[in-house]
Design a protein around this ligand. Structure first.
Ligand code: DGL
Length: 262
């Protein structure tokens, strides 16, 4: 194993930064490439067939180009639809991000859990299976919130995002049947932890579960015996289309020193 071989993070946009951040906290010297498939954004509005053909093919090309030691699909939409296809197409460990329903069920006193994701994620059988396996005695209220994805992108591009706008995007979940009893909400889209403070202000009684730190621990475990460079290095961000330009300023906070479009 080459100490300079990076970890590759993949999402449709900036959402995967919510997985990158806790990973860097555990593995500060890990070299990384962060890929935002912004040409395909938003994944949540795409069909299963589109995601299942686009994501494994794109990841295959990225792996050939960057030779990562491990790939992280830092996107619930892509993971719940295409994780198996990606794993069988790539000859390296692949970590996915799937809704954190298990820890939510461990916490919920009311036994009513909200799953806030993209429209594509919340309709996946993968979510039915997680609910049946880990939260069989809970009512699961699902809501696809595409506006929240756009708000997270806007926030990272330095635009003003109000609590009011965040509340409006998530409110239908609480207005649905049993929604008024939701005490734990699963952030089932990697963009949403980027709006955690706004969500907490908008819905004060709700505990939000972010799967990011658990994914980071999994990455650290899978790479536990591998060599790393002796010093931290700046990471590289790769876009598949021209990004919004103010975003580049924000990326430095995530240890990203170079951005390119392929
Ligand atoms: N960040 C993504 C997710 O976790 C996808 C957002 C989108 O492109 O719609 O689902």
């Amino acid at each position: 194993m080459d100490a300079n071989s990076p970890i590759l993070f993949f999402d449709s946009g900036v959402g995967g930064l919510s997985v990158l951040e806790p990973t860097r906290a555990l593995l500060p010297n890990a070299p990384f490439i962060y890929v935002a498939d912004n040409a395909g954004y938003p994944y949540g509005k795409r069909s299963e067939a589109e995601i299942a053909s686009r994501v494994p093919a794109l990841l295959g090309r990225l792996v050939e180009r960057f030779h990562p030691r491990l790939a992280v699909i830092a996107c619930n939409t892509a993971s719940t639809i295409a994780l198996d296809q990606v794993r069988s197409a790539l000859d390296l460990p692949v970590v996915g991000t799937v809704p954190a329903i298990k820890p939510a069920a461990e916490l919920s006193k009311n036994r009513v859990i909200g799953v806030l994701g993209t429209e594509a994620t919340v309709r996946q059988p993968y979510v039915d299976n997680l609910a049946a396996e880990f939260a069989a005695d809970c009512t699961i209220v699902r809501h696809g919130a595409p506006d929240l994805v756009d708000l997270a992108e806007a926030k990272l591009a330095g635009e003003d995002v109000t609590v009011k706008a965040v509340r409006a995007a998530a409110q239908p979940m609480f207005d649905a049947e049993a929604g008024d009893r939701i005490d734990v909400g699963v952030l089932a889209c990697t963009h949403f932890p980027l709006l955690l403070s706004e969500l907490e202000q908008a819905f004060p009684g709700v505990t939000w579960i972010d799967g990011g730190p658990g994914i980071a621990r999994r990455i650290a475990y899978l790479t536990r015996e591998q060599p790393w460079p002796s010093e931290p290095e700046e990471g590289i961000m790769v876009f598949t289309a021209e990004p919004r330009s103010p975003l580049l300023g924000t990326l430095a906070q995530y240890g990203i020193g170079d951005a390119r479009t392929i």
